[in-house]
Design a protein around this ligand. Structure first.
Ligand SMILES: [Zn+2]
Length: 340
């Protein structure tokens, strides 16, 4: 099969012929039809992600068809259209068994790091990770669901518990996750202030339906938020940036406010006064990706047209290296997908 392979960290991806992998017991061989590409792939390629080993095939956001099943896999048939959650988990611990597998006690790793990923014609995925796709959903659109839509879905529904009528700030709103977060928050009946840097990203956020879009390089978004809420402050913040933005997010947060941290750059330490936490009954929470059950819910929302995947470019596998370079040079807005 054709695959785009990292042979050396920091080096270019190389298109090669490699053997088709064999599914082990409990695994499924997927004929990859689409694989979304993101910033995380760049960090892996550059050797900045622990436990990654070369040679490696990138790609953790996949959609395709079941091509073969390993021993013991009863519930998937050849030809079925599927996507997959991103994480490799134990399936046995208390967290896994209660639908919180993204915080598995025995977390194994990621597709495309601990296993050869989807920058290839075939990849192997644990059967327990798979979610069925309806015929009406294209593989390209489906490939961005697990990460770019699933991540904010879990954050809003399970962690933030966002309510209709609430006002929410989304930092980093012009990125791939941010743009879908705007759509989801609007779908849930919330009002959205989108925050990003630069006109292109602010425009992208506005195009997804943000009620207000603020360029943080020009405007203090805490002041803008206070003005927007008649001095009250917002009910919630979805942090897709964290380090640079969280001091301002705290200033924008009203009484009873919740901050949910999804994206962060490095350690991103910040300080918050205990007295303010108490006086305002603030909640500061973390949120990690999406469970399989939630992914099935998001697939249903997307198929019903309630959320629209924003795919801004599609490329053949041969152009994977060019695409990573474009991401590295910040020439990509939204999500881009390899069609294989
Ligand atoms: Zn587990």
């Amino acid at each position: 099969m054709k695959a785009s392979v990292i042979e050396q960290f920091g080096g270019s991806l190389i298109l090669k012929d490699v053997p088709v992998p064999e599914p082990k017991p409990g695994e499924v061989l997927m004929r990859v039809r689409a694989c979304a590409v993101d910033q995380f792939d760049l960090r892996i390629r550059d050797g900045k992600v622990p436990h990654a080993k070369v040679p490696l095939i990138l790609g953790h956001e996949v959609a395709g068809e079941v091509a073969a099943v390993g021993a013991g896999v009863m519930d998937w048939k050849i030809g079925q259209r599927v996507t997959s959650t991103l994480y490799l988990t134990c399936g046995k611990c208390r967290k896994c068994q209660t639908g919180r597998e993204t915080i598995c006690e025995n977390f194994i790793g990621y597709l495309g790091i601990q296993t050869p990923g989807g920058y290839a014609e075939y990849t192997v995925v644990p059967a327990v990770n798979l979610v069925a796709l309806p015929e009406t959903l294209s593989f390209t659109d489906a490939s961005v669901i697990a990460n770019a839509i699933g991540t904010p879905y879990h954050a809003f529904t399970k962690r933030m518990r966002l309510q209709a009528g609430e006002r929410v700030i989304i930092t980093g709103a012009g990125g791939g996750v941010g743009m879908h977060a705007i759509q989801l928050a609007r779908m849930m009946g919330a009002f959205v202030m989108a925050v990003d840097i630069g006109q292109a990203k602010v425009d992208a956020a506005r195009a997804q339906g943000a009620d207000v879009a603020v360029d943080a390089a020009q405007t203090d978004f805490a002041e803008a938020a206070r003005e927007w809420t008649n001095g009250e402050g917002v009910e919630a913040v979805l942090e897709l940036v964290c380090g640079a933005t969280i001091p301002t997010s705290l200033k924008a947060l009203g009484k009873g406010g919740r901050i949910v941290i999804v994206g962060h750059h490095g350690g991103s330490p910040f300080t918050v006064e205990g007295s303010q936490m108490v006086a305002n009954e603030w909640e500061i929470l973390g949120s990690r990706n999406v469970s399989k059950r939630e992914l099935a819910e998001v697939v249903a929302l997307v198929s019903a047209g309630r959320v629209r995947p924003v795919v801004t470019g599609t490329y053949p596998l041969e152009e994977a290296e060019t695409l990573l370079k474009r991401i590295d040079h910040r020439e990509v807005i939204g999500r881009v997908v390899l069609e294989i």
